[in-house]
Design a protein. Structure first.
Length: 208
């Protein structure tokens, strides 16, 4: 896809019993790439990166669950690139972590740049990677096309998820496209049309 003259290439990898999404992202300048949420099949990521002669600059993890992090250690060993994860998810993750995020950081990859957005609810340290120029966001298990991430696991919080949806996600414009940790990508316009869990939180706010 291309926005404001900037090209962003996204390759999606699906693996595991829960059909978790992982991604390889490249821009239109240089050979750098980011890997987002490699949960399974490290060989597929490695083959794609080497076939295209890319230079991995980081492995970005949206949260600590194994279906999104399981291949990170193997990729780090093979590709010699740093792993990024939010500080609050570091202990539960337990794997290699080189950069501990707080939220608010700007990460740059050639012509691309994204903002790290702390979105607790599914986990304490859940984050989204928001690309403002490209009008897209990699949301992990915060929000999907048809529902939201679970909040009934060990460090999930319905209250934090509600605040994340109200104060962050609902402020994204309709043309922003989300790339979630499970399921297909879609626009926020689509979310506002059919995502009942999202709408329930937004509607509760509007009636208070």
């Amino acid at each position: 896809m291309c926005y404001n003259g900037v090209v962003m290439n996204i390759e999606r990898f699906i693996g595991g019993a829960y059909s978790a999404n992982g991604y390889v992202i490249t821009g239109d300048t240089g050979t750098g790439c980011w890997v987002i949420d490699p949960g399974y099949h490290p060989e597929k990521f490695i083959w794609t990166i080497r076939r295209q002669r890319l230079q991995p600059e980081g492995i970005l993890l949206t949260h600590h669950h194994d279906d999104h992090t399981g291949a990170a250690a193997a990729l780090k060993r093979e590709l010699d690139c740093p792993v990024y994860i939010h500080r609050a998810d570091r202990a539960a993750y337990g794997g290699p972590a080189d950069v501990l995020l707080e939220g608010g950081e700007k990460l740059t990859l050639g012509s691309l740049s994204c903002r790290v957005v702390h979105t607790p609810g599914h986990t304490k340290g859940g984050v989204c990677f928001y690309f403002g120029e490209e009008r897209c966001c990699f949301t992990g298990d915060t929000i999907f096309n048809v529902d939201l991430g679970r909040t009934d696991l060990s460090d999930g919080s319905p209250k934090e998820m509600e605040q994340t949806i109200r104060k962050i996600v609902d402020r994204w414009a309709d043309d922003v496209r989300i790339y979630p940790g499970h399921g297909d990508d879609c626009t926020m316009a689509y979310v506002r049309e059919i995502n009942r869990e999202f709408l329930d939180i937004v509607d509760r706010r509007s009636t208070r």
